[in-house]
Each structure stands twice: as C-alpha cells, then as structure tokens.
Design a protein around this ligand. Structure first.
Ligand code: PLP
Length: 481
C-alpha cells in the first residue's frame, strides 16, 4: 500500500472521543472506568494500525469508514468484557521460563485443551463403565496408559505431587520412621517442604548422611523395627556438585527388599523420556527407576510430563491398592478436567508424538530460529515505540524452570527494551495489566523478552501492548480528559 493509501486508511479510524461517545450506552461498557475504556480504545486502534501497516491491502479492499467503526466496537467489546469477567486470564509469557510455576507451569497441548472442553461442556463417563453401565473408578481411564508408559504394575492419580507424597506417608508411615538423606531435604516453591509434610503425616523423619555425602550404610545403620520406609527425593531444583555421594536407587531398592522396608522415590519432575536428543542427560526417567526396583515412584503431571496439574504414583500393585483405600485418597482425587487432559497428554507419549507437546517444542527451539523471531519482534517494536524506548537484541539464556533441570540453560536471543519516558517497573506493570497480560523479565533498567515461550499468535499483539502502555502514560488525547 502506498503512503497515500495508508494515510487515507488511518484517517478513517475515528478519534477516541468519538468512540467513547458511541459506546457510552453499551451494556458491556458499564462499570468500566473512563481510564480503562480509553486504554482499551488505544489498544484496539493501535492493533488495527499495526495490522494495516504490515499487510499489503489495496485501496479497494480497505475497510469503509462504517465497517471500520463496527470492527473497532466489536474488538472493544471483546477486550472490555474479557477485562471485567476474569481474574484468571491469558498471559503472554515472555520470561523464557518454560515451566513457570507462577504462570501455570506446563501449557497444555491443543488436543488436551479440546479434551477438557469436550468432557466439561455437558456430561462425561467419569465414573461409569459404558459397556456394563456400572459404576467404575475414575482412575481407570488412565491406569492402563500409565502402566504401559512406566512399566509399573499399577498407578494412581491424585491432585498433585505434594498430595502424592502426603498420601504415601499417611498410608505407610504414620507414627513410624522415614529415613531420608540430609542432601535431599527439599523445599519446592516455598510451600512444599519435605520435613513439614512428614510432620503433617505424623511420620518421624530420620536424617542420615551429610549434605553432600550419604552412603548406603548410613541408611542401613538407621533402620530399626519402627522404620516404615526409605525415602528418596529427586533434588529437582538444585544440584550438589563436587565431592558428593549417594546410593543409587537400585542399591536402596535392594536394601529395602532385604530389610522388608518400603522404598519410595519422589521424582518430582515426571520425566518419561530420555532427553539426550536435546542434549540433556543424566536425568532419571520414571520407567527406569521403577525397573530398578523402587516400590513406589511419585511425580507431577505439569512439569516435564507436559500435562495438567496432577500427582501420579506408580509402582507395585499391592501398595497402590493400599493407597487407594486410604480415605485421604478421596480427598485428594483428581477432577474430570485434569483426567481428560492427562489422558490426552499421555496419548502423545503412547503415539510417540511427545516431542509435539508445547514444552518440548519450546525446549527444542534452535538458536537461529529464536534469533529470527527476536529480530522481527525487535524491529516491530523499534518502529512502533522508538520514540519512547530503545530496543536492542542481546544473546541470553532461557530456563526450563518449574523446579526442574536446574543446571540446564538454553541459549536464546532477547529483545531488550530500555524505556525512556517511564521507569522499567512502571512499564512492566502496565504490560502485566494489559489485555492480554504480558510478563517479561525485569533486569535493572530494562525489560527483556525471550521469544522462546511466546506463542506465534501472540507475537503480533506485543507491539500494540507496548504502544498502549507508553501512550496512556503520556497523554490521553480525548476531549473529555
Ligand atoms: C515439584 C516437586 C514436588 C511438588 O509437586 P507438585 O505437583 O507441585 O505438588 C514434590 N517433590 C519434588 C521432588 C518436586 O520436584
């Protein structure tokens, strides 16, 4: 489109005061503050401008004034209704942290979200065997697929991994002793502390070894007639390097068997596949740990498994049955939405398509692809907000996050924004409060955006979000202000 055509087009976008006048009686606009309305108008008109700047449109195809007005009002309704109704809403994750616990951990695969929609819009066979019409256990939907993938005898699903650990301790260790290495007394995300969970389940924690070295004999010496289980926890959010030692799960499993003590491995991250194809090695895989003889293995559904929040316990049938009979299992049971998403996610593994899960798509993004994506975003941002901020392209690192793979950093390219007119905190807050919300990394005087975790369809919105954030700061250009 020529410059003349562009000017004609932009001239057709009604001014803010005019749009405010049109929408003043619309039911969806009621209850929004003037400031919010103006902000939404700027967002929508900016987006339309951006779109028309980058697409080749002929004069003939260009929207007539009335149609454009209608288009703007429709988009506004969507933005404002979205703002008003939902506290929990879509966020563009520009932090580059793939499993960001504050942003909901693993994003689901499309098929998993469809499964949630299909089983929740209406009824589903959550606890009914469709063949016989009889009542049936909700876990049955995922037991076969879980045992196929982990090679365990049986499995059980609860609300999350913390719940899984609690259920195991409550079932087998109440009033008894649990032996744990001092190097594995983990805290995850501030609220899951192994010693505290032990206390809640009235188990007595028996610490053995030292922070960096624990031997099999330490466990062996600590076993008494009151020992319920040997507990191993994956040090999933930190790594101890250097002069270290801990018995292998196989040695622990053998010791447990010889002494008649249950062995449990809280693996946390729920890794089902070997990641050496991505250059990530030496991470324990669920199937392998079960084959080494651990009686029970517990892990999360929304970390490296890439599914919904869930706690999965896999292992010997005898113990799984006992867990299922504990009344606490009823209190911790998973709901239909989680089960629907979990079954669909596990199918990706069964069909050998697990690399298509969003977290593995993000994890495997190559540096040159990320550089291209970052370059495009940096150029668009520079063109749109050049007068308010300087925009640079920097090499950097992304993280897997979610308390997994702490030693792994993934090379990436960052779009770095130095705001000139407002502080970086102020800019970040405006972006967080935008619709949709955008969360980046605040580093001193700049905001960094990592394209690794930004969905393709969200890329085009980012410039409008920035423009809106800056412009609302400077002035509100409508008459009533
Ligand atoms: C993450 C993690 C937990 C907690 O899992 P949730 O699913 O968040 O409850 C427990 N143990 C380990 C080792 C973990 O990594």
């Amino acid at each position: 489109m020529t410059a003349q055509e562009k000017n004609n087009f932009f001239g057709k976008i009604p001014p803010t005061y005019r749009i405010l006048e049109i929408i003043k009686d619309a039911p969806w606009a009621k209850g929004s503050t003037h400031h919010k309305l103006v902000e939404a108008i700027h967002f929508v008109t900016n987006e339309i401008r951006q779109k028309h700047k980058t697409t080749e449109t002929t004069e003939k195809e260009m929207t007539e004034k009335e149609m454009l007005e209608e288009q703007i009002i429709k988009a506004l309704e969507k933005v404002i209704s979205g703002q008003k109704t939902l506290n929990l809403r879509h966020v563009i994750n520009a932090t580059g942290i793939i499993l960001h616990t504050n942003l909901g951990r693993a994003p689901l695969a499309k098929e998993a979200s469809f499964a949630i929609e299909e089983t929740s819009l209406g009824y589903c066979n959550l606890e009914m065997d469709l063949e016989s019409g009889e009542r049936f256990d909700r876990h049955s939907h995922v037991i076969n697929i879980l045992t196929n993938l982990t090679k365990a005898e049986s499995a059980l699903v609860v609300n999350n991994d913390a719940g899984a650990v609690l259920l195991i301790l409550d079932t087998f260790a109440k009033g008894k002793e649990v032996i744990v290495s001092r190097g594995e007394l983990i805290e995850i995300g501030g609220s899951f502390r192994l010693p505290e969970i032990m206390e809640k389940s009235s188990a007595t924690l028996v610490e053995v070894g030292t922070t960096n070295r624990t031997y099999l004999s330490d466990y062996e010496d600590a076993i008494t007639s009151n020992t319920a289980l040997l507990f191993k926890a994956h040090t999933s959010n930190y790594s101890i390097i250097g002069f270290t030692s801990s018995p292998s799960p196989k040695e622990l499993a053998l010791l447990g068997k010889a002494k008649g003590v249950l062995t449990v491995y809280d693996m946390g991250n729920g890794l089902l596949m070997d990641l050496s194809c991505f250059g990530i090695e030496k991470e324990p895989i669920v199937e392998e740990q079960i084959s080494l003889g651990m009686d029970l293995v517990a892990f999360s559904g929304d970390k490296l498994l890439g599914g919904p929040q869930a706690g999965i316990i896999a292992g010997k049938d005898f113990y799984i049955k006992k867990l299922a009979k504990n009344p606490l299992a009823r209190a911790l049971r998973p709901d239909k939405l989680h089960l629907a998403a979990l079954e669909t996610t596990l199918k990706y593994y069964e069909d050998e398509r697990w690399k298509e899960l969003p977290i593995y798509q993000m994890l495997s993004l190559k540096e040159n692809v990320l550089k291209q994506k970052a370059k495009k975003l940096a150029n668009d941002l520079h063109a749109a907000i050049g007068k308010y901020a300087s925009v640079e392209l920097w090499p950097g690192n992304s993280e897997v996050g979610g308390g997994t793979l702490p030693a792994i950093t993934l090379p990436t390219w960052l779009v770095v924004v130095f705001p000139k007119t407002i502080s970086v905190e102020n800019l970040s807050q405006k972006l967080r409060l935008g619709t949709p919300s955008l969360v980046g990394r605040i580093i001193k005087d700049h905001l960094a955006l990592d394209p690794r975790t930004i969905y393709k369809e969200d890329c085009s919105i980012i410039t409008s979000l920035f423009l809106t954030a800056f412009e609302n700061e400077s002035t509100c250009r409508c008459i009533s202000c």
